[in-house]
Design a protein around this ligand. Structure first.
Ligand code: RFL
Ligand code: PHB
Length: 392
């Protein structure tokens, strides 16, 4: 089967689905091609914290109703360490902006519903997706149920995540990549228990821990684990006792434990590919960059990328202007590097590294103490955590 559209979108994660929806609102046609099944995409549990700018984009795009009903607005996040009481980075006080705890899984459901309601074209279970002629008149090919398919388009948006094909289509001589892996992972669990009231990042000599939330009776918790660990090595009892051992005492006492309903391990990585454009191929979201989750930036960057991209395609189709398409990579990368730095810094500050000395640990504790006492340091972190504004 063969189709023609304006923008061919590879990947139905949050980046691809939101781009398709934003383009639809601006009268630009797109088709989304996804490698896995819709059910698989909807079963993934990932991000939970939305920047103020992400919340605004979702509301403006008509995707705010359920988020405003079920999400939990946040004035800030808490940090605790070495058994000390926690302190709050008060983003509302320092920036006047509010964040939202609302899961990526729910956002993805909302996006699929919005695309379905508007008659959006999303093809899932597409095998062997390949991009062709990206510096000329591009097209995408794939097999579905054994039959070959082809989509001709003006532009391709590569929204297919870190392991996708889009970035690999760019010749090695053009693409520059920057990468850092960390010597640990995050073990995450979901439990149907009332969450700890704050999103709380914990530094401890035993390793990092994080308390987060998805709803009034749905909690998300993480502990730093070894890269070689498997979920089988972490039965619920071990998880809870390790989690509590890393928390300040009063926090540990108020954590409500219960059976996990999901458990997974994710490696931590920093990665950037430059440029984010090659001819008529534009990369967005995890296809172009990865941050370790410590700064809660990955999904938020995917949203800012596709917001820039939707504006650029709309200017091109509405007025024939290519200024935003031409500046897309440079503009998006400015936000990307800012988020990379914050995520790298928080990852270094809050985790325990295998080769760390007592001096390194004292440096961390002193930085945390400075952060606790200095409104200037808190203002700087609050400004970055709540998210830098989008460029006009
Ligand atoms: P995704 O979500 O990976 O979606 C890409 C889609 O492309 C499909 N695909 C292909 N399709 C067609 N052809 C191919 N060859 C394909 N190859 C792949 C995939 O099946 C998939 O459906 O990328 P996208 O859309 O760029 O979205 C990025 C976010 O998912 C990611 O950055 C966040 O989840 C990161 N993240 C967090 N971000 C935040 O902003 N706040 C957080 O609190 C936060 N917490 C997290 C996180 C990520 C985590 N993990 C598991 C990595 C917590 C964790 C634990
Ligand atoms: C989450 O709720 O899953 C979450 C929260 C904060 C982070 C990362 C993940 O930094």
């Amino acid at each position: 089967m063969q189709w023609r559209t304006q923008v061919g979108i590879v990947g139905a994660g949050p980046a691809g689905l939101l781009l398709s929806h934003l383009l639809h609102l601006r009268g630009v046609e797109s088709i989304v091609v996804e490698r896995t099944s819709r059910a698989h995409v909807l079963a993934r549990i990932r991000a939970g914290v939305l920047e103020a700018g992400t919340v605004a984009v979702l509301r403006e795009a008509g995707l705010g109703d359920r988020m405003d009903r079920e999400g939990k607005p946040h004035e800030g996040v808490a940090i605790a360490w070495a058994g000390r009481g926690r302190f709050l980075i008060d983003t509302r006080r320092f920036t006047g902006k509010e964040m939202m705890a609302y899961g990526q899984t729910a956002i993805t459901e909302d996006l699929f519903a919005a695309r379905d309601a508007a008659g959006g074209h999303i093809i899932d279970e597409a095998e062997g997706v390949a991009l062709h002629r990206v510096t000329g008149a591009p097209f995408i090919t794939f097999d579905k149920e054994g039959a070959p398919h082809r989509i001709d388009c003006d532009f391709i948006a590569g929204c297919d995540g870190f392991h996708g094909v889009s970035r690999q289509t760019i010749p090695a001589a053009v693409l520059r990549t920057f990468e850092k892996s960390y010597p640990f992972g995050w073990l995450g669990i979901m439990s149907e228990t009332p969450p700890y009231p704050d999103i709380c990042y914990v530094h401890h000599r035993r390793g990092f821990a994080l308390a987060s939330q998805r709803g009034p009776n749905l909690s998300r918790y993480y502990v730093q684990c070894d890269l070689s660990d498997t979920v089988d090595q972490w039965p619920d009892d071990r998880f809870w006792s390790e989690f509590k051992a890393r928390c300040p005492q009063e926090m540990a006492q108020s954590i409500v434990t219960g059976p996990s309903i999901e458990k997974s391990i994710a490696p931590l990585r920093s990665f950037v590919a430059e440029p984010m454009r090659h001819g008529n191929l534009f990369l967005a979201g995890d296809a172009a960059h990865i941050v370790p989750p410590t700064g809660a930036k990955g999904l938020n960057l995917a949203v800012s990328d596709v917001w820039y991209l939707a504006r650029a395609f709309a200017a091109r189709y509405e007025r024939g202007e290519t200024h935003y398409l031409d500046s897309y990579s440079e503009m998006a990368l400015r936000r990307v590097w800012g988020a990379e730095r914050l995520s790298w810094w928080l990852t270094n500050l809050l985790h325990r590294f295998p080769d760390e000395s007592e001096f390194d640990e004292r440096m961390k504790e002193d930085q945390l103490e400075y952060l606790r006492c200095s409104p200037h340091a808190q203002a700087s972190l609050a400004e970055q955590y709540v998210g830098l504004p989008f460029e006009s």
